[in-house]
Ligand binder design. Structure first.
Ligand SMILES: Cc1ncc(C[n+]2csc(CCOP(=O)(O)OP(=O)(O)O)c2C)c(N)n1
Ligand SMILES: [Mg+2]
Length: 392
């Protein structure tokens, strides 16, 4: 697994050394270290001249592939469980595995992450049991992990709100003197392309900038905010917004796990060393529906989805491993089997969960409740009781 610092580790001798300026790639201004065909680019230059590279061992490359496959399989299992009525809702990460695994593995143990509702891949990289978000989406608990233990905050559904939480937290990290050196703490805030239109996100940019907060803004531009396409959010590439707030921005190929890792690691280390925030725009695509309540065929055409299928994050990593000849014959079958076994285990545990109790939605609204809430709970309970014994 690519957990440690890959700098200086044994590099595969077979990788073809190439340098590529971000602006010269197929997509404009995109930092890329692995092409959709699985070709390795040795060094990629960011818009400000930063050189991005990774230096993983063969074992670490294989570990990243394993992460991508496991995360995709667990996500597919959750989608199936929702379809079978076991979850109330599921927000799939399909297509965004590389952005999440790359950035998730780039976090050092002491770094704090603030997710949205789609960051199951980052959650997995933080070592949290993947069953936990399923309890949340089944409606039987609040997620259940301890944000401080895993350095991964609770899922946030209020669009953009977590960027403010992350900014305040990062300002606190700096005030407590916890930054500086490799052991210093940095913070990462995840959000989507649609969230960039929220006031909260723009306010976070201002505060993080003027207080030089040790914070990385990680925007997964998956091209849609439910049915609203990117062109309804911006007239300029999102990463360039950072310039107006006074910190650097970079666009990375979000379907490239290596580039996502390199760019995030660099931004986190810059932040932890007191050089302030930055914005990463991970250019990717939401291959599935927004959530299981959405039908994307109503607002996007099949050819667009097919074009992105050709840039699949897992296929390119597989092509790379094969080209580099750093896997043996049984490797892919073993990983598929592990993914299958873990998803069966996930399913079994979901089927053993209790049924959601709708009245519990009144719990945890306020720390000490309120009279108004008590009244609403009583009315709702009465309403629910009216169904008892009926045909429903
Ligand atoms: C403050 C707020 N407004 C509206 C919504 C409803 N809503 C849920 S998801 C979503 C779109 C978010 O799009 P984006 O930021 O691109 O993230 P993605 O879902 O694509 O990962 C909206 C508008 C919400 N949850 N919170
Ligand atoms: Mg989006």
């Amino acid at each position: 697994m690519a957990k440690g610092d890959p700098g200086g580790a044994t590099r595969s001798k077979r990788a073809a050394p190439r340098t590529r300026r971000a602006a010269a790639t197929g997509e404009p201004e995109l930092v890329q270290l692995l092409t959709p065909e699985g070709e390795r680019i040795e060094t990629a230059l960011g818009p400000d001249g930063t050189e991005y590279r990774v230096d993983f061992t063969d074992e670490e490359y294989r570990g990243l592939y394993r992460d991508l496959v496991l995360v995709r399989k667990l996500d597919a299992e959750a989608t199936a469980l929702q379809r079978q009525g076991e979850l109330g809702l599921w927000a799939s990460l399909l297509g965004q595995e590389a952005a999440q695994v790359g950035s998730g593995r780039a976090l050092r143990a002491q770094d704090m992450a603030f997710p949205t509702y789609r960051e199951h891949g980052v959650l997995y990289c933080r070592g949290i049991d993947p069953i936990m978000p399923l309890g949340l989406f089944r409606g039987v608990d609040q997620g259940g992990w301890d944000p401080n233990e895993f350095k991964f905050n609770m899922y946030t559904i209020v669009i953009g709100a977590q960027t403010l939480h992350a900014t305040g937290y990062a300002m606190g990290v700096a005030m407590d003197g916890k930054t500086g050196g490799e052991d210093g703490e940095a913070v990462i805030a995840y959000f989507g392309d649609g969230a960039t239109s929220q006031g909260d996100v723009n306010e976070s940019f201002v505060w993080a900038s003027v207080f030089n907060a040790p914070l990385v803004f990680f925007c997964q531009n998956n091209q849609y905010a439910i049915s609203e396409p990117l062109e309804r959010q911006t007239r300029v590439p999102l990463y360039r917004r950072a310039g107006g707030f006074g910190f650097p921005g970079v666009r990375v190929d979000g379907n490239d796990v290596l580039a996502s890792y390199a760019v995030t690691r660099h931004a986190l280390d810059t932040a932890r060393n007191g050089q302030g925030p930055s914005l990463i725009e991970a250019y990717t695509y939401r291959m599935g529906a927004h959530t299981t309540s959405d039908d994307p065929t109503r607002y996007r055409i099949a050819s667009e989805v097919e074009a992105w299928q050709a840039k699949d994050p897992i296929a390119r990593m597989k092509a790379f491993l094969l080209k580099q000849q750093i896997v043996n014959e049984s490797f892919f079958a073993e990983i598929d089997e592990q993914a299958r076994a873990e998803s069966v285990h996930l399913r079994e545990r979901v089927l053993n969960m209790p049924d959601p109790q709708p009245v519990s939605m009144f719990d945890h609204v306020y720390p000490h409740g309120s009279a108004e809430l008590d009244e609403q709970r009583a009315r709702f309970s009465q309403y629910m009781e009216s169904f008892e014994g009926s045909a429903h």
